[in-house]
Ligand binder design. Structure first.
Ligand SMILES: [Zn+2]
Length: 112
């Protein structure tokens, strides 16, 4: 068994807790995938009026693609079950995993 075989052939998946988010850069149109670990990367949000209960989670990311130097500032909001409920993305647009895969497979075909 080679070292590489161990690396790539192992049966243990490490993606169980991974969450993938996808954005498109508004400047150059590059589709970008971000992997986050909900257990580590989400921070709790609290209501402004001081309740003890968490009102969910948020994730802030600064994203830089490969094609241009425009920084994308993204904030995703999650509920208490860590389900995505909203996003605010400056400099980019959120896309679905399907859109991401399609654009990676056929760059440029998504031009309107
Ligand atoms: Zn770009």
């Amino acid at each position: 068994m080679s070292f590489l075989g161990k690396l790539f052939g192992g049966g243990k998946r490490d993606s169980d807790d991974g969450l993938y988010l996808h954005v498109r850069c508004n400047s150059c149109g590059e589709p970008i995938r971000i992997r986050v670990n909900p257990a580590n990367d989400l921070s709790e949000r609290y209501d402004e009026d001081g309740g003890d209960d968490s009102s969910g989670y948020e994730l802030r990311k600064e994203i830089l693609g490969n094609k241009c130097f425009k920084l994308i500032e993204a904030t995703w909001e999650f509920d208490n079950s860590r389900r995505k409920v909203g996003s605010h993305i400056r400099g980019g647009t959120e896309i679905t995993a399907e859109e991401y895969e399609r654009e990676i497979a056929a760059p440029g075909s998504a031009a309107t």
